[in-house]
Design a binder for this molecule. Structure first.
Ligand SMILES: Nc1ncnc2c1ncn2[C@@H]1O[C@H](COP(=O)(O)OS(=O)(=O)O)[C@@H](OP(=O)(O)O)[C@H]1O
Ligand SMILES: Nc1ncnc2c1ncn2[C@@H]1O[C@H](COP(=O)(O)OP(=O)(O)O)[C@@H](O)[C@H]1O
Length: 183
């Protein structure tokens, strides 16, 4: 009989443009190749579906994270590997979902604000600097960095592939993935 896959939530947190979605997508491809059953809950997609209507006040962000955490928990306890990508700027909200889910790997996707701003993938930093968007994380809204994440990726200093390898190594070390066979 095949061994059941252990569920786990891999939670990517970091500033807008730090690389959460990029790393999550690359990790998704790698895990699918290994035959993992997985689900991706990406910030933007979640916000147009599960948490449509919520804004960016602390209260709304916390509610956003609570709902994502709820779904991630359901999936995780049924053996799914869940990739969550959300700024999730408040430590307390992240720690609450960590406690609830249990099988939880926090990945701090870390790049200095000026690098994220230079990347400005969606042009939102420019708008935030111009005052067209309020409560923008890192500009006029807080980001509380994780104190003890399972994985810390410095995306201004390492490639996407290196970040993916770092997460895979941690998943293997924690017993969520069998180490790939060396041929
Ligand atoms: N005020 C403000 N602050 C931060 N981000 C903003 C804001 N307004 C819109 N956006 C866009 O929304 C994406 C962040 O949504 P999240 O659900 O990840 O945010 S949170 O976890 O609830 O804080 C974020 O996506 P990413 O760039 O992928 O992080 C932005 O594109
Ligand atoms: N080492 C790196 N790791 C991750 N992303 C990187 C890296 N170097 C450059 N980038 C780029 O930075 C941008 C990050 O955007 P995205 O993944 O959407 O961030 P987030 O989901 O955190 O908002 C992408 O355009 C990506 O190609």
């Amino acid at each position: 009989m095949a061994t059941a896959q252990r569920g786990v939530t891999i939670w990517f947190t970091g500033l807008s443009g730090s690389g959460k979605s990029t790393i999550a997508r690359a990790l998704e491809a790698e895990l699918r190749q290994r035959g993992c059953q997985l689900e991706v809950l990406d910030g933007d997609i979640v916000r147009t579906n599960l948490t449509k209507g919520l804004g960016f006040s602390k209260e709304d962000r916390d509610e956003n994270i609570r709902r994502i955490g709820f779904v991630a928990h359901l999936l995780t306890r049924n053996g799914v590997v869940v990739l969550v990508s959300a700024i999730s700027p408040y430590r307390e909200a992240r720690d609450t979902v960590r406690d609830r889910i249990g099988d939880f790997v926090e990945v701090f996707v870390d790049a200095p604000l000026n690098i994220c701003e230079d990347r400005d993938v969606k042009g939102l930093y420019k708008k935030a600097r111009a005052g067209e968007i309020k409560q923008f994380t890192g500009i006029d809204d807080p980001y509380e960095a994780p104190l003890n994440p399972e994985v810390h990726c410095h995306t201004d200093q390492q490639s996407v592939e290196e970040s993916v390898a770092q997460v895979i190594d941690k998943l293997e070390a924690m017993g969520y993935l069998a180490a790939a066979a060396v041929v």
